[in-house]
Design a protein around this ligand. Structure first.
Ligand code: AMP
Ligand code: GLY
Length: 414
């Protein structure tokens, strides 16, 4: 089996590593890939610039399955383009990807189908949005509806800040088209959980839970990032929360997907807030999470290709994935300055004593060296029989890696 894997992050390195373990897989083309996928068994990095080129490549190389990482391509309609040419792709169609691509759409979907979520209203007009600010409690959450690379959500402590956020998005065009519609949402107190799941349109199969640490600073301070570390399973997801999630979030989401006639053969990732009144759905992503994937996949014993095949064949109900009964901890190392401006091109050194999983992200090969090429540079992942041992193993291994300005949080999983 030949696979085309699209993306260049730590998530894609983890996917390439996991897919390469399948005996069914002979080769994996990673577009564009990174320093990690360049060295991974059975993998080869390739450059393709747009969806038509990807379709042409998949035809020419007789690719059996295409797996997509980044959300922008899903919203652009990559699944529709591949399926029009009868190419198999593990990704939701454009209409279904709106569950991630438009928060106004996804909130309406949740409300209509009884998925438990925070109260909200959406607006395209500044006057109406401002009026509504007189009726809400503070803090309030203001979200750009469209894709904004995780930066389009603002928690506003006062009405003044909320007014400013609305003005920035609706009048000044901050976030461009993505901010031309806004969601104003009730603030929920609690702890977050990420649940990656796969869906074939007939059932949703949740993977083990994970806990992302989104802020740049220790103690959840400072700016939001793509994610600075993850532990799995999430220690806050008790059996009762899991049942609550299944009943009040996963099941009505599946019923909604069916009622709306969405073609969904791919990943649905639930961003949850666990509150005193149970868990709420904050958002959907229609792709693998990053860095959740890096922490979760090493615990999956089942062949990922079997799970993907079951989604594509609409036989997901026959799959019972096996998980290692262990804890996983992923720590992200970033370039100093991230998520604001940062330097690139620093050489990454990994000394031979490094003994855990290393998934590269913003890193590339350059004349035989591995150099940084992005903000989040690499992920170190360790598994152990309990969370504390997994944390210690990941942090001990991190001591064997260095590059100039390297920064990582010391409190992942605490
Ligand atoms: P989202 O992209 O909708 O998941 O929002 C990004 C982040 O903003 C979430 O991971 C939460 O940390 C925070 N957030 C979003 N919505 C809310 C809410 N209603 N209450 C509290 N925090 C929120
Ligand atoms: N780690 C959150 C995300 O992938 O969106």
């Amino acid at each position: 089996m030949k696979i085309l894997l699209i993306g260049s992050g730590g998530r894609e390195h983890a996917l390439a590593w996991k897919l390469a373990q399948s005996e069914q897989v002979t080769s994996i083309y990673v577009c564009p890939g990174n320093a990690g996928t360049a060295d991974e068994e059975k993998c080869q990095n390739i450059e393709l610039t747009d969806i038509p080129e990807m379709v042409a490549f998949a035809k020419e190389y007789a690719i059996d399955i295409t797996v997509v990482g980044p959300e922008a391509l899903l919203v652009e309609g990559i699944a529709d383009a591949f399926e029009a040419e009868e190419l198999r792709i593990f990704a939701p169609k454009q209409a279904a990807a709106q569950l991630e691509g438009s928060k106004a759409y996804s909130k309406k979907f949740m409300q209509k189908h009884g998925v438990r979520t925070a109260k909200y209203k959406s607006f395209i007009d500044l006057c109406h949005a401002s009026d509504y600010l007189n009726m809400v409690q503070y803090p309030v959450v203001i979200k750009a509806s469209g894709l904004a690379a995780g930066k389009g959500v603002l928690i506003c402590p006062t009405q003044k800040e909320a007014e400013a956020a609305l003005h920035d998005m609706l009048t000044m065009g901050k976030f461009g088209e993505a901010g031309s519609e806004v969601v104003i949402e009730e603030f929920l107190h609690g702890v977050e959980a990420s649940i990656l799941s796969v869906c074939d349109g007939h059932s949703i199969l949740p993977f083990i839970s994970a806990k992302d640490h989104k802020k740049i600073g220790e103690g959840e301070t400072g700016l939001n990032t793509g994610g600075m570390g993850v532990v799995a399973p999430n220690p806050y997801v008790s059996e009762a929360i899991w049942q609550d999630f299944q009943q009040n979030i996963a099941l009505p989401t599946l019923q909604g997907i069916q009622a709306e006639g969405l073609d969904f053969k791919g990943v649905i990732f639930f961003g949850l807030m666990i509150t005193e009144d149970g868990c709420y759905c904050l958002e959907y992503n229609t792709r693998f999470g990053d860095p959740e994937t890096q922490a979760v996949l090493p615990l999956l014993k089942t062949d990922l290709v079997d799970i993907i095949e079951a989604c594509l064949n609409e036989t997901l109900n026959t799959i019972q994935p096996e998980w290692q009964p262990a804890h996983s901890c992923c720590v992200v190392a970033a370039a100093g300055g991230y998520p604001e401006s940062y330097q690139k091109g620093m050489e990454i050194q990994v000394d031979p004593a490094f003994d855990q999983h290393l998934f590269f992200a913003g890193a590339k090969k350059d004349h035989g060296k591995t150099i940084t090429s992005g903000g989040r540079v690499l992920n170190v992942i360790a598994q152990a029989d309990n969370l504390e041992n997994a944390r210690n193993a990941a942090y001990n291994a991190m001591n064997h890696i260095s590059f100039e300005t390297m920064y990582f949080r010391k409190d992942i999983g605490l």
